[in-house]
Every structure is written in structure tokens, then in C-alpha cells.
Design a binder for this molecule. Structure first.
Ligand code: F6R
Length: 336
């Protein structure tokens, strides 16, 4: 099955963008990386910031035992300045105030920092301060350029944590295949689901270790279809969100995400429990079974499939998925 490029924006190009971004020359970055780090900080907002969530979930699930701090804020946590962390600042445009501030903080406190962007002020600042900058390929908008942002970040992690390098390469390759599989599966099995989600609020129940998929789905639905989503992490939502199901809401649709990577863990028990209980309360659940032979592949499978779904919802509700007028408006007030 082939994707019609015009209807799914950059998604048909994701495998190609991922391969291109993964093979960028990073020798200038490698030269400047510290030999050893106490942890990794990833700073970025929105479509750039999601890279931090993905990398945190992925590294945690493969057993990386150092802190991975995701910063979606105007400042770095204070403890970062006193330890040997590597900070990766990511901004697709290179012009996001919050990310620029974090970069500047690194310069001020002499913290090793790498900048990733298509250009913008971040590139200029990196040049000015002799910090490594990765210039990534362009897409239609930051969120559609996820592979361009994610794969170089994974490479950098592999360069600084050498023992993970070959594993990351192998997982990255199969995650690109998972993107292809997700696009196929979406068109064959999930496209009709978009009709059910029109003007609805989706609650997405998802195991906490894979929360990046839920966050990305929420952000995509917000930005593409201009619709709200409630992300319900398991087990926490078993203690609050789930309580609402004694009432019936016409505006609600419920999804549950299952992962093979979490089979045999306590999380599987929680996913099964939630499925069973929601059925008892008459909820017509939409099950999303992640595919992929490692956790990165599962994450990219879920993100691709659910992202395409939000584009179809956008088309069905009659909004332009690319335009994000309100975000552009707010940036005028806060940009430096
Ligand atoms: C737009 C999008 C936004 C941006 C965010 C930060 O497609 O996804 O969430 O990513 O406003 O901008 P950048 O990525 O340029 O730093």
C-alpha cells in the first residue's frame, strides 16, 4: 500500500528522513563530547521537546542507569549546573525562547552542550560559543520533522555512551521499519477510527514507561486536529481518571495501548486489569497493539500510527493540520 504524500504531509517521507538524519556527519560533535557523563539532559519544547520524552522512555527501558532529564522549561534544574551532565538542546526552528535560554545557561555555567536545529538563533549562538551544532534536514513543520530531530539525538547518545552505540544503531534501524509498518497498518486497520474521534475527547490509557507515545499523540491531536486529549498513565490513572467511568459521556472515546516490550512485567497486569474493568463499565475500547522488535521500534510504531490518525481527524473536522495559528500568536508575545 502506498501513502498519498499530499494527505499525510511528511509521514510518507519519515523512513527516508530518518535514514538521512541518522547518517549525518557528527564528527564535529564527537570531538567536543566529554569522555564521561553523569547523565543526559534534553531540552526542547513541543515537537522538539518530545524527543526528550522518547529518548528517556527508550533508554530507561533498555536499562540505562543514569538520569535522563527532560527539560521543557525556561531554565535547567539547579542540580544540572553542579554535575557532569551533557545537555542536548533541540529546537527545530532554532528560535524557541525556552530552548535558547537553556543553551545560554549551559554557556554561562560551562556545561557541555550540543545544539540541534535547522538553523535559527540556536545555530548562531552555537557558532558564537564554539559549541557543536547539528544542522538537520527540513520538514513542513517541527512536529512532522520528528525523525530529523530524534535520530541525530540517538546518535549523540551512542557517541557519549559508547557501550550503547551498537544497540542504538540496531534499534534505530528496526524502528525505521516499524515506521513503515505503522503507516501500512494505519491505512489498512485504523483509518476508520478517525471518524469515531471527530469532535471527541480521547482518553488514552498507556503504561507509564511508554508515556512518550501518549504525550506525542496528545500534542499531535492538539496541533493537527485542534482537539483535546487526556493522557492516562498506568498505574497512576487507576487511582483517579478511571473513576469517571461510572458516568457516560457522549464526547468521550477511550483508547488503551498494549506493548510487547512490557509483556511479563507488572505493567501487563495493569493493562489487563484496566481493559477488563473498562469493559465491565460498558466502554467500547479502541485497543492499540504496538508492533516492533524492540522498545524504540514500538514507540515509533505507536507515534506514527497515532500521528496519521490525528491528520485524518483534522481533515474530517475541516481544519488545516499544518496551521497552528494560536501557537504562532503566543510566540509573538514571548519570543526574545
Ligand atoms: C510545530 C510544533 C511545535 C514546535 C514548538 C517549538 O510543528 O510541533 O510544538 O515544535 O513550538 O518550536 P521548535 O520546535 O521550532 O523549537
Amino acid at each position: 500500500m502506498t501513502l498519498r504524500p499530499e494527505s499525510y504531509i511528511d509521514y510518507p517521507r519519515w523512513p527516508q528522513l530518518a535514514r538521512e538524519a541518522y547518517s549525518l556527519d557528527l564528527s564535529h560533535v564527537q570531538e567536543k563530547l566529554p569522555d564521561k557523563v553523569d547523565g543526559i539532559v534534553i531540552s526542547g519544547m513541543g515537537g522538539s521537546g518530545i524527543v526528550g520524552d522518547i529518548v528517556r522512555d527508550y533508554l530507561s527501558l533498555i536499562g540505562y542507569d543514569k538520569p535522563i532529564i527532560v527539560v521543557k522549561d525556561l531554565q535547567l534544574p539547579k542540580f544540572v549546573t553542579s554535575r557532569n551532565f551533557l545537555v542536548i538542546t533541540i529546537s527545530y526552528s532554532g528560535n524557541t525562547t525556552e530552548t535558547i535560554r537553556c543553551f545560554e545557561e549551559c554557556v554561562k555555567h560551562n556545561i557541555p552542550v550540543v545544539a540541534i536545529s535547522t538553523g535559527g538563533k540556536l545555530e548562531e549562538l552555537a557558532k558564537q560559543h564554539n559549541a557543536p551544532h547539528v544542522k538537520i534536514p527540513k520538514a513542513t513543520a517541527p512536529r512532522y520533522g520528528l525523525p530529523c530531530l530524534l535520530y541525530p539525538t540517538l546518535r549523540i547518545v551512542g557517541l557519549v555512551e559508547k557501550s550503547l552505540e551498537s544497540k542504538i544503531r540496531e534499534h534505530a534501524e528496526s524502528s525505521i521499519k516499524a515506521i513503515e509498518e505503522a503507516a501500512e497498518d494505519y491505512l489498512t486497520h485504523f483509518k476508520d477510527l478517525s471518524k469515531r474521534l471527530v469532535n471527541k475527547i480521547v482518553m488514552i490509557y498507556i503504561p507509564q514507561p511508554l508515556i512518550s507515545i501518549g504525550t506525542r499523540f496528545k500534542n499531535d491531536m492538539n496541533e493537527n486536529a485542534k482537539q483535546p486529549v487526556v493522557v492516562c498513565p498506568l498505574p497512576e490513572s487507576e487511582h483517579n481518571d478511571i473513576a469517571i467511568h461510572v458516568r457516560k459521556f457522549d464526547f468521550l472515546e477511550v483508547m488503551l495501548v498494549r506493548s510487547k516490550s512490557l509483556e511479563g512485567t507488572e505493567y501487563e497486569k495493569h493493562v489487563n486489569a484496566v481493559e477488563q474493568v473498562l469493559k465491565q463499565y460498558g466502554i467500547d475500547l479502541h485497543l492499540i497493539n504496538l508492533k516492533g522488535d524492540n522498545v524504540l521500534a514500538e514507540i515509533m510504531y505507536g507515534i506514527t500510527l497515532l500521528g496519521m490518525l490525528t491528520i485524518d481527524v483534522a481533515h474530517l473536522v475541516g481544519v488545516d493540520p499544518v496551521k497552528i495559528e494560536v501557537i504562532d500568536n503566543i510566540k509573538k508575545y514571548v519570543s526574545k
